[in-house]
Design a binder for this molecule. Structure first.
Ligand SMILES: O=P(O)(O)OC[C@H]1O[C@H](OP(=O)(O)OP(=O)(O)O)[C@H](O)[C@@H]1O
Ligand code: HPA
Ligand SMILES: [Mg+2]
Length: 185
């Protein structure tokens, strides 16, 4: 890439002007609180944190770094939105787990519970594999859009009905790398 093309490309770091704005500092403070609760709740046990790719990759990375306790982790990938702003209603398991979860204390780490369809699907799917316990940690919840109720034990923020992006969440696959969460009018 030439220096000229680098210097003329627009900055993607500007937040939108929509109703949901969560700064990097607010996210980090909340992640620290959630990690402290998990550490307390799982004292004497080793949690197995499953990151739901792609959206949860950043939340998961920050959560496990803040956890400061022995834990293991795995990654699965689910997709139901593609590039759309509405759920297709169907969840595709794109990548399965690498490790068994039987008798493990599983924490499913998700970026957002919107309709609840993805989490409901994954919860039932993983319950069938015999974990000792299974809980959900989600950074965001949009309860006004819920179609299926799912129990979120560790919740970062409740947000109104706006399409959000940044900090792992995409806008047609872009903007996952923003360090904050934002929305447009
Ligand atoms: O509660 P729901 O309505 O099911 O929506 C939440 C799910 O949708 C998004 O994933 P998406 O399918 O867009 O894939 P991605 O994680 O790769 O962005 C998001 O990351 C959640 O996994
Ligand atoms: O508001 C959202 N933003 C990005 N991805 C999403 N997946 C479900 N809801 C959202
Ligand atoms: Mg996702």
């Amino acid at each position: 890439m030439s220096a000229a093309s680098g210097s003329t490309s627009p900055s993607r770091l500007a937040p939108g002007s929509g109703p949901v704005q969560i700064t990097s500092e607010q996210i980090q403070a909340r992640v620290t609180e959630l990690a402290a609760r998990i550490r307390q709740d799982y004292a004497g046990r080793e949690p197995h944190l499953i990151c739901v790719l792609n959206g949860a990759f950043m939340f998961h990375a920050d959560l496990v770094r803040a956890l400061d306790m022995p834990c293991t982790m795995d990654f699965l990938q689910a997709s139901s939105y593609g590039n759309a702003k509405q759920s297709s209603g169907e969840v595709r398991l794109v990548k399965d787990l690498q490790f068994p979860i039987s008798d493990r204390h599983v924490i499913l780490v998700e970026d957002i519970v919107d309709t609840g369809i993805t989490m409901n699907y994954l919860l039932h799917y993983l319950e069938g594999r015999g974990p000792a316990t299974i809980k959900i940690a989600a950074l965001l919840s949009k309860p006004s859009r819920r179609k299926v109720e799912v129990p979120v034990e560790y919740l970062g923020f409740t947000i109104p009905d706006a399409f959000v992006y940044g900090y792992g969440l995409d806008r047609s696959q872009y903007d996952r790398n923003l360090p904050f969460i934002t929305s447009q009018e």
